[in-house]
Design a protein. Sequence first.
Length: 114
Amino acid sequence: MKSIRTRVGTFLTGSDIADAVLNLSAASANVQRQETVDIPVVLDRRIHRARFMVGWMTDVCVLTSAEDAEELEEPAAVIDLLDRAATVGVRRARPFTPEEMRTLPDLDPDIDLD
């Protein structure tokens, strides 16, 4: 287990989750962005959800916890955080559909869109 320490509090969570949050925070800070994370945390021996900001102009620190608790795992959250960290600042574009292409002005009518 690890603790995530921010300006708004300290959150006890799984080691992989904490490391992924720190990864996203660093990636976001590098491109001067902030991201919201939503992760499971342990509070009063119960699992809760915490939402907070990470990234640019935020302070995030991850500490190994001495808490004697079962490791908190949420693989979907870890995958989401790592995917977001890998694509921070990446602009994604999708190709136009044939229907969208037909609405563009000055399009050569002889081009096969299908």
